[in-house]
Design a protein around this ligand. Structure first.
Ligand code: PLP
Length: 447
């Protein structure tokens, strides 16, 4: 430990965090965190008043932008009225939030079960699907992410996220869904091959054993791996054929991020259950929700749903969520996402012409990423699949440059994410892409 008397305020904040808290930087020394003092709109500011444009909306959750006073006021009002009740009591705000969510969800997804975050929403969905169907297996995509609890880590079929393979919980089965950029198949055969693969897995596992298929509304953390056209509609049909529930995880793709309230709406389907978090409160308060259809909820009209968490349906979380949903509407944020998403696509296409290290850019609304390669022909990734921190040297340099130039964004494996808050303007997209462009010049040298 250093003598803190000689440190600047920034260094002191960093030092206390290094010395007394555990987080990614304890293992991955290449992560050098920004000591954030305050945040406003699309910008973070450190203790030296250096400004960083937030190009991943925190962890793709601060959709309305930072420092919105309306949320502060709603939260304070709620705390003054009632700051906590058990989930066995009800509050006005909880009912109002349920009603608002039922209004924005399509079909008969009308019943809300409130949780604490994305992982606990997914845990609740898994438990409920097993109770409802009396089956035990859950199918999900390799290379997906559904949370960091024991169960949800096993749902996300990405070996890079499991601390070690022995921690894989039983009865989670993974399916392969095309990685469009790397499969080199035409759209039609990607669809037919992946649907045939799913049918085979269901036959091997036994349709009568499968409670649910859980998929992201739009892939995020694993590299924005978009579904083949028609894939989710085909999955919906297969689920109906075998009495399997379709759970769509909208934790990252929900609340305007993909240009609709929910990512699945881009695919013309209605799931049986939808899990939510992140954008529901825009990250201001930890909160989550599982929406289920009337039919599923009806099972529990005369049976107790034996599940509960101390902080479920927390009134302050409900108040933050309700106000956040109003802000999406009042500030026309979903419309802005569609417009800014198109602008982002056009500008990213120009960057591709300039930087040979960009293998692919994919984006839905404002959920996108650049995939960096060493060679456009062989598509050799800039960092190997399953890369350990020490194999991420080039990407670490890119990340460091991005930070130095005044940007915070999520840089992972060979991906540089672009997912700014949904209130972003064209000028701010230009500012962010200019920083990314300068940082990518480093990766170009390795092509
Ligand atoms: N599901 C998806 C699709 C996610 O992207 C995430 C987090 O990134 C989660 C679930 C987990 O959410 P939380 O970190 O709030 O538990």
């Amino acid at each position: 430990m250093l003598d803190t008397a000689t440190l600047s305020e920034t260094q002191e904040v960093l030092q206390d965090n290094f010395d007394y808290t555990m987080f990614a930087w304890s293992k991955q020394k290449n992560i050098s965190p920004i000591a954030v003092k305050y945040a406003k709109g699309v910008y973070l500011y450190d203790y030296d008043d250096k400004r960083y444009i937030d190009f991943s909306s925190g962890l793709m959750n601060v959709n309305i932008g930072h420092g919105n006073q309306r949320i502060t006021e709603a939260v304070v009002r709620q705390m003054q009225e009632v700051s906590y009740v058990t989930p066995y009591c009800v509050t006005k705000v909880r009912g109002e939030l349920g009603k608002k969510l039922a209004e924005i969800c399509p079909g008969d997804l009308n019943k809300a079960y409130f949780t604490l975050c994305g992982a606990t929403s997914n845990e609740a969905a898994i438990k409920l699907a097993r109770l409802y169907t009396g089956r035990h297996k859950i199918l999900s995509r390799y290379q997906s992410y559904h949370g960091a609890t024991y169960g949800t880590l096993s749902v996300g079929g990405d070996p890079r996220k499991l601390p070690d393979d022995s921690q894989q919980a039983p009865n989670f089965v993974h399916i392969d869904i095309p990685y469009r950029y790397r499969w080199n198949h035409d759209e039609e055969s990607m669809l037919t091959d992946s649907v045939a693969h799913l049918e085979r897995v269901i036959a091997y596992e036994g349709p009568g054993n499968i409670a649910a298929i859980m998929l992201e509304g739009e892939s995020g953390t694993s590299g924005c791996l978009q579904y083949p056209v028609g894939y989710l509609a085909a999955v919906r049909e297969i689920c109906d054929k075998y009495g399997i529930l379709l759970i769509i995880d909208e934790v990252m793709s929900g609340f305007g991020r993909t240009g609709k309230w929910f990512g699945f709406e881009n695919h013309g389907i209605v799931p049986d259950m939808v899990t939510m978090a992140k954008g529901i409160t825009s990250g201001y308060i930890p909160f989550g929700c599982l929406m289920v259809t009337d039919k599923i909820a009806a099972r529990y009209n005369d049976t107790v749903l034996a599940t509960g968490m101390t902080y479920a349906a927390h009134p302050v979380g409900c108040a933050a969520a309700l106000e956040t949903l109003k802000i999406y509407e009042d500030e026309h944020l979903i419309k802005n996402t569609v417009e800014m998403g198109k602008y982002m696509d056009a500008q990213a296409a120009l960057l591709m012409q300039k930087h040979p290290c960009i293998g692919d850019f994919r984006n839905t609304g404002l959920l996108g990423c650049f995939e960096l390669v060493k060679n456009r022909t062989t598509k050799e990734p800039m960092a190997p699949f399953n890369a350990k921190p020490e194999e991420m040297a080039v990407m670490a340099k890119v990340a460091a440059k991005i930070k130095e130039l005044g940007m915070y964004t999520f840089v992972r494996w060979s991906y540089v994410f672009v997912a700014p808050p949904l209130c972003v303007t064209k000028e701010q997209i230009d500012e962010g892409l200019a920083i990314i462009s300068e940082a990518l010049s480093i990766a170009d040298e390795y092509v």
